[in-house]
Design a protein around this ligand. Structure first.
Ligand SMILES: Cc1cc2nc3c(=O)[nH]c(=O)nc-3n(C[C@H](O)[C@H](O)[C@H](O)COP(=O)(O)OP(=O)(O)OC[C@H]3O[C@@H](n4cnc5c(N)ncnc54)[C@H](O)[C@@H]3O)c2cc1C
Length: 386
């Protein structure tokens, strides 16, 4: 019998397990893969501010420090965002193989039990607790728990079996492909984003620098708009931009771009991170929100165990916390994403031209939108509701 079982040792799961264990709960963290942190299905970018909220930054898991971002419209018009932070870096490209393991170690250090190669299969209700069925290294295994935290990523099995989420539509998920390329020559001070209906329908391509002349070069496309696979779009992008280097890794994955779900809880169960579609509908970034959600879920799990109340009405406190923290942004950014999807390449070029050359000093989607509205007052009417 555990107080809390957390499914999935990504950022959300490890942060949830650490938060519960630090408060003295009896916690089990299970991970279906045999190694935590691999394969990496992520471009690994995160802002310094979001990372610093929960963790003391350790150079061991930083692959690069960046000072700004460059965004390219379909015709090549460049928009530069470079925050002024007295010479400080504004963002990091993580080494998630090390980062995810580090987080899991912090959970273990706090007292959580961690078992790898163990997959959540299903659950049944036993009184006011849950009996979980798992596959532990090829064998059936069952445990009981008061609280179950599903941090099992996009298409979460916990979430679907619990009836909290449904399978995403083709317009609600980005399909991604990414190469790790070595011997690449880029200015490593920036991250790079490329837009275009033909280049990346419903998404964008990116180049994120890593140490030793390596970079994550990837693309995300919306299956409802794409006419080929993400990998095919990626290969075309690399040819078009003339990226030179050696491909040393390929990863394919998916990111929810759903917006804000109504609730991430039911009796005894909370979902955190991609499992609750917590990634941003415009950027696809989900690490920061996964860390926040994991923390909030951990705090509420502790309070639920302390009060011996695992009902959905009690756990809804978790909904309040994540929605106030970042959920409202997911809802707003979903609307902005829907607006952006309607823009053709000419419109994107014109908008980029209107703010090209302006030094945008804050690294955020909001900062770009603000500049765009200043220079294109007609957007005010369209964006009023956001
Ligand atoms: C190509 C790509 C690029 C991305 N780039 C960025 C980026 O640059 N910046 C950013 O912020 N975000 C990025 N993201 C999104 C980011 O990777 C996710 O939002 C983030 O990893 C979510 O963390 P999580 O803990 O919720 O889920 P995950 O990191 O997906 O972890 C879920 C874990 O649960 C495990 N699991 C699944 N099912 C079970 C089961 N049944 N039993 C036990 N364990 C299970 C999985 O093996 C996995 O380890 C990218 C995503 C993709 C696909």
């Amino acid at each position: 019998m555990f107080d809390v079982v957390v499914v999935g040792a990504g950022p959300a799961g490890s942060m949830a397990a650490k938060t519960c264990a630090e408060r003295g709960l009896n916690v089990l963290l299970i991970e279906k893969r045999q190694e935590i942190g691999t394969p990496v299905r992520c471009a690994e970018g995160i802002s310094k501010q979001s990372l610093g909220k929960f963790l003391k930054v350790d150079k061991k898991w930083i692959a690069a420090e960046v000072f700004g971002a460059k965004i390219y419209a379909p015709d090549g018009t460049e928009v530069v965002m470079a925050e002024e932070m007295a010479g400080n870096e504004v963002g990091f490209v993580l080494e998630r193989k090390i980062f995810d393991r580090h987080l899991a170690r912090l959970a273990a250090k706090a007292g959580a039990e961690i078992i790898v190669k163990t997959a959540f299969v299903s659950f049944e209700r036993v009184g006011d607790k849950l009996r979980l069925k798992m596959n532990k290294m090829g064998e059936r295994w069952e445990v009981e728990t008061k609280i179950l935290i599903g941090a099992d990523g996009v298409e979460s099995r916990v979430g679907r079996i619990a009836g909290i989420i449904k399978t995403l539509k083709k317009s609600e998920i980005e399909s991604c492909a990414q190469y790790l390329i070595s011997d690449i020559k880029i200015d490593e001070s920036y991250t790079y984003f490329y837009l275009g209906k033909n280049l990346a329908p419903g998404g964008y391509a990116w180049i994120f620098p890593k140490e030793n002349n390596c970079a994550n070069v990837g693309i995300g496309v919306l299956p409802s708009m794409a006419k080929a696979t993400a990998k095919e779009y990626l290969d075309k992008f690399i040819e078009k931009i003339g990226v030179k280097g050696k491909i040393v890794e390929l990863v394919c994955g998916a990111v929810p771009v759903y917006g804000e779900i109504t609730t991430a809880v039911t009796d005894n169960i909370m979902l955190a991170g991609d499992a609750a579609y917590h990634s941003d509908p415009i950027t696809g970034g989900g690490i920061a929100n996964a860390l926040s959600a994991g923390y909030h879920a951990g705090v509420v799990a502790y309070e639920a165990v302390e009060k011996d109340n695992f009902s959905s009405s009690f756990l809804m406190k978790y909904d309040e916390l994540w929605k106030t923290d970042f959920g409202w942004k997911l809802g707003r950014n979903k609307k902005i994403q829907e607006f952006l999807l309607k823009l053709d390449d000419d419109m994107l070029n014109n908008l980029a031209k209107s703010i090209s050359g302006i030094n945008i000093r804050e690294m955020s989607v909001q900062a770009i939108i603000t500049e765009l509205v200043k220079r294109n007052p007609s957007l005010i009417e369209i964006l009023r509701n956001f």
